[in-house]
Ligand binder design. Structure first.
Ligand code: RIB
Ligand code: CA
Length: 306
């Protein structure tokens, strides 16, 4: 079966690490390139974390470093959630930089997309700065992009601002460029991320499952996206989950805009479920997830990370 070619744009990040593991070991996905974006922690750290993970997974996927800051606003990181390094909790071997390309993320994405015979799916699981820059510098690249399956936004409330989810909150202008791109978008929102939980009985299985499970279990002890006891939020795995098992999700085709000027709501995804704005649909929004199906899928997927 032909593997689906994807590019993952990421800010690892402990929940990013889970999503990357599942994607890299999947029989159905061909990860052509990993690009890094400042988000959970700074650009050098997220890039180093991506290299550490690839070295640990023994997967040879090229990495290209992306933007060190949002388009306009200063970076606000999430080191309180992921630790100072961005992947606190496991002592990784020092990776080489063999997989790190000279090219920046935008040029590397452009090259890989244009060289691909099959249309590429973009999978952003961090702030959308790199994707916005790609579309501004090389608009023609949209012709060879299948769709964008992103983790970000919220139908209801936020986790960084009252109404704004972290990835969109950090760079709302970039998000606006992406949601206005005209490309098909799947938005794995906070509303599913909050329900996509690794429960204590799941974490316990991870610890003895395999080397990847053992490493993730160690990271989970430090991860503050929920807790081992109440459940750990696998935000970014929802984007990969949609690619591999879309039936886990309830989706709505609707219009999504990004608030850029609200004194208290900037970064909010305005999900116009009732059509008040009278705009054509531009996104398929994941509004619910079958929690048991997700847990079973996540554990089955991590069992394959051998
Ligand atoms: O709001 C959750 C998102 O912010 C996830 O991508 C997590 O890794 C952080 O980047
Ligand atoms: Ca992320």
């Amino acid at each position: 079966m032909l593997k689906r070619p994807i590019i993952i744009d990421t800010d690892p990040g402990i929940d990013d690490a889970v999503a990357l593991a599942i994607a890299l070991y999947s029989e159905e996905l061909d990860v052509k390139l990993i690009t890094t974006i400042a988000g959970n922690v700074g650009i050098d750290k997220v890039t180093f974390n991506a290299l550490k993970l690839l070295n640990y997974f023994k997967k040879e996927v090229p990495v290209a470093m992306g933007a060190a800051a949002p388009l306009i606003r200063p970076l606000e990181d999430a080191s309180n959630v992921h630790g100072v390094s961005g992947m606190e909790g496991f002592d990784f071997e020092e990776p080489t930089e063999d997989l790190l390309l000279e090219e920046n993320a935008v040029n590397a994405m452009y090259r890989v997309i244009q060289e691909s015979e099959a249309k590429i799916t973009l999978v952003p699981i961090g702030p959308l700065t790199n994707i916005a820059l790609l579309f501004k510098v090389y608009p023609e690249v949209k012709n060879n992009i299948q769709e964008i399956v992103l983790m970000g936004g919220s139908v209801t409330r936020g986790n960084k601002g009252v109404m704004s989810e972290f990835n969109i909150h950090i760079d709302p202008e970039a998000a606006k460029i992406v949601f206005d791109s005209g490309l098909p978008i799947v938005m794995a929102s906070l509303d599913v991320g909050w329900k996509a939980l690794v429960l204590p009985e799941d974490s316990a299985q991870l610890e003895t499952m395999n080397d990847v499970g053992k490493m993730l279990y160690s990271l989970f002890k430090r991860y503050r996206g929920g807790s081992m006891k109440t459940g750990l939020k696998m935000y970014d795995s929802c984007a990969i989950g949609y690619l591999l098992k879309p039936e886990m999700f309830e989706t709505v085709d609707t219009y999504v805009d990004i608030e850029l000027n609200g004194s208290m709501t900037t970064g909010a995804t305005i999900v116009d479920l009732k059509g008040y704005l009278n705009k054509p649909n531009n996104a398929k929004v994941c509004v619910d997830v079958d929690q048991q199906l997700f847990r079973d899928w996540l554990l089955d997927s991590l069992r394959k990370c051998n």
